[in-house]
Design a protein around this ligand. Structure first.
Ligand SMILES: [Zn+2]
Length: 437
């Protein structure tokens, strides 16, 4: 297929009249040229956007946790209650609905940080990989590109066993997790790849991380929650004498294939270690604000050498533009200056760098996946904006056609077959409410 874009954002620059040629889902040419007969005409086109950190089931809590205050840890109890109600069928239904919302909102690829592995008492489902199949089939049904980040989760805290609510997240040992993870790779298919994650230094003991690092392929995308809350740093320091970043460094885990999620509460040494190792930092600005985590040092991390990616995390918000704005706005509020991340840099966090975090090739460039997002540059929100600054004015409501692998998978808020994500979400949440009662 060949797409002709009235304007395309190529490497952050707004270029008029761009033809994008696609073969087998990959971009094979990008050229400034007039439209030819048979080209699919598009308006203003952005590169596909990668949601580098998602937990689909947290969506069930949206708009329901604001009544009685509390902190991260109290929110976590509500989140565990939602998890307890999910079986493979319901998980698939909810994941389909959430992926549908992400896709029509302009997220073309998603890294699902997945730890709902087993039945509620921790024993496996009769069908192998039942919960993982649920996520994979949901992504395929909807048409979003998926990197399934299957997660090592063995402990409830530093030197603490899993709580009853956490039992289904666990595996018998790090080696048992690697075995299950290795078998899971057989489920890879076009549009679906399997990556790995350590939940956090709270949930993945030091020896278990060492075992897993020795057994996992060296180039595999590996993600870990890092220093989202000060309590995690305090526990880790008490147990090991190291910060979570220091512990990962000692294990040899800090390499360019690693993505650390949040990185909110860091020391100067942590920032230097992450930057020197060229680690990717996945910021989740709307979630970090919602949960009161704090503002991570994104600019300092980028200056130190880190790539920055973005994630929707708890999916209380499904909007790549609001995540990009949240990144820049957090920096502005904390520093008192503007332009901490240029519009071009904001585009890279969603495009090239977000895709790289998921082990994928993004951007509008030869060799990248043909994943594109057409936006309305003339809506009441966007009209008058410079196309290369749409990150600062558009919202998910401005997303028109969404293309993944050269295929139009969504248009004007609906999936390609006309399905409304709002209906899918309403049905899934109602079903979840029914089964939690
Ligand atoms: Zn998370």
């Amino acid at each position: 297929v060949t797409f002709w874009c009235a304007v395309a954002l190529v490497d952050g620059l707004a270029v008029p009249g761009v033809r994008i040629l696609e073969v087998a889902g990959v971009i094979t040419a990008v050229e400034r040229a007039p439209a030819e007969p048979g080209d699919v005409p598009l308006g203003t086109v952005l590169p596909g956007m990668a949601d580098a950190h998602s937990h689909v089931f947290h969506r069930a809590l949206r708009g329901r946790t604001h009544g009685d205050g509390g902190d991260f840890w109290r929110w976590r109890e509500r989140m565990y209650a939602a998890a307890a109600a999910l079986d493979p069928a319901l998980y698939r239904e909810l994941a389909t609905a959430v992926f549908a919302e992400l896709l029509v909102s302009g997220w073309t690829a998603v890294g699902e940080f997945h730890y709902l592995h087993h039945t509620s008492d921790g024993s496996p489902y009769p069908e192998a990989h039942a919960m993982e199949r649920a996520v994979i089939e949901a992504a395929c049904d909807v048409g979003i590109r998926l990197t399934l980040l299957d997660t090592l989760y063995l402990a409830g805290g530093v030197d603490t066993a899993l709580s009853p609510a956490q039992r289904r997240f666990g595996d018998a040992s790090a080696a048992a997790w690697v075995d299950r993870w290795t078998a899971l790779r057989e489920l890879e298919r076009p549009g679906v790849t399997v990556g790995a994650a350590f939940h956090s230094v709270r949930a993945a003991p030091r020896a278990a991380m060492a075992t897993a690092l020795a057994l996992l392929p060296a180039d595999l995308p590996l993600h870990v929650h890092l220093s989202e809350q000060p309590a995690e740093n305090a526990d880790c320091l008490r147990a090991t004498g190291l910060t979570p970043t220091g512990l990962l460094h000692e294990l040899g885990a800090l390499t360019p294939r690693l993505s650390v999620v949040h990185a909110t509460h860091l020391t100067d040494d942590d920032v230097a270690l992450l930057g020197t190792a060229r680690v990717t930092v996945v910021m989740c600005p709307t979630t970090e604000a919602d949960l009161g985590d704090g503002i991570g040092p994104a600019r300092r991390l980028a200056d130190a050498g880190c790539a920055i990616a973005l994630g929707s995390d708890q999916n209380a918000v499904a909007d790549p533009f609001l995540e990009a704005r949240g990144l820049e706005y957090g920096e502005r509020l904390a520093s008192g200056t503007r332009g901490r991340f240029s519009p071009r840099a904001l585009g890279s966090t969603l495009g090239v760098d977000g895709y790289a975090s998921l082990g994928q090739t993004g951007g509008i460039a030869v060799g990248a996946w043909c994943d594109l997002v057409e936006v309305d540059a003339h809506s009441r929100r966007t009209v008058g904006s410079a196309p290369d600054q749409l990150w600062l004015s558009a919202t998910a409501s401005d997303v028109r056609r969404v293309i993944v692998g050269g295929r139009v998978v969504a248009a004007d808020g609906l999936l390609a077959d006309g399905t409304d994500p709002a209906r899918l979400l309403g049905d899934a949440v109602a079903e979840l409410d029914g089964s939690s009662r």
